[in-house]
Design a protein around this ligand. Sequence first.
Ligand code: HEM
Length: 497
Amino acid sequence: MIELSLANGFAVICVGTLTYIISMVFYNLYLHPLSKFPGPKLWAAFQFPYLQAMLAGRVSFQIKELHDLHGPIVRISPNELSIIDPEAWKEIYMNKEFIRPPQFRERPPGVEAHSFISAGVVDHARFRKAIAPAFSEKAVRLQEPIITQYIDLMIKKLREKVEGKTDLVVIDVVQWINFTTFDIISDLGWGESFHCLEKQDYHPWMTVILQFKALLIGMSINYYPLLKTLVSYITPASALAGLKLVLDTSEQNVKARLARKTNRPDMMSYILSHNESSPTARMTEDEMIANSMAVIVAGSETLTAALAGTINALLTHTKERETLVQEIRSSFKNEEDITAQSIKPLPYLTAVLQEGMRLYPPLPDNMHRSVPTGGAIIAGHHLPEGVAVGMPCYSTFRSQTNFSQPDEFLPGRWLPEHQEEFPKDKKEAYNPFSLGVHGCLGQQLAWAELRVILARLVWNFDIAIPEGKKPLVWESQKIFWAWQKDGVDVQLSLAAR
Ligand code: HEM
């Protein structure tokens, strides 16, 4: 009798679940407000194909294939569209009401304070007001001695590796740039660097925080509330040890910096001065910790990807490399003359970096946003509130509809004298820093570092693919929010003058 009712109960659950799944699939495919948009049926019916592609590190590439097949708007999950129409940049990202969908703005377990990533409209605006002055053009000019100190150290250490050596010297440029960008941003953020260049090693904080795949697994689970509850119950404390280290280190660094009474032009000085002048909009200590972590990750990994991707392209593009070398080495008398200001007007250097970030955008994936209350018109379509939209830099910058010869490394496209050779180029499609209220806060700093690091490397060294090694195909690497960066080996020798 009991067995029978258990069996009945099980059957009811199975039938109920099946009915729910069938109705959900039917609704998603035929009744959902996004059902008229093209895309693979499986992706439209279920969330898991998108998440599966994301966790396999291939979602940016798959979405590019979908855009090639279906056009500028593709449905990539039941509730989300991917858009590569340049018009959508302004429509989505210039509207401050478009914030990240809830699944993409979770705080780490145990963190109450919000950061740029997790905040709602009001807190986000307060954070921007407190931190934006720390990365303005004026601030970056004041910060230049701090930045230069680390670039000097990088060059010194690399020269020590090469000078007087008869053997060929090969370095992993990803590592060296990572050491430099992390040292710079940790000093500018916390007033204390990670000392990676001195130790020629990663700081434990970095090794934990760079596990973006783990972050994406956490985000994926957010789509399944039951699973999320279960995971939070069964996750042992030991699994969160890395996260604890990150949070503790961040807290200690913020507290140590606050205890040091100094007016050096780092981020904390600007936040403290904001707190003094706008006490009602002040940033709390916990918010400083959460936001400084976001700034340090955003201000290091992106730069490393942009520079390593560009250098990797230069290794296989001799003509472009030689043009760059010629521009850098003929524009200055001494290395000390290379500064963020003096180097700004060099057109080819900027064009090379722009082209590097077009082919290998540091944030290649869709930048997800929720359509706000009342809905919105995006790329000519009225979309209801609550659906998600996003532009993927990788697909947008590589699309035939937006760029001529989109897969070729051709820095000339960014120079006015070569415009007519690239008739299909829509420069308004290109926003590697995004734009608007959620656009990159560190653009001035980014351009200063990108230009000076690349120029000083080119000034000091000749670079080549190591003998006997095949060049890295950048796109063979996986993407977990950022490029996985397996390493770019470069043969280094002192610049032949
Ligand atoms: C080549 C270098 C860089 C690129 C390509 C880049 C790109 C971007 C992009 C595309 C976004 C928007 C992300 C989104 O909406 O999901 C962003 C946001 C952000 N970036 Fe950058 N970034 C770079 C360097 C930096 C640097 C050096 C800093 C250091 C201050 C920085 C700080 C930030 C912050 C704090 C945000 C969040 C802004 C907000 O949500 O209001 N970035 N960046």
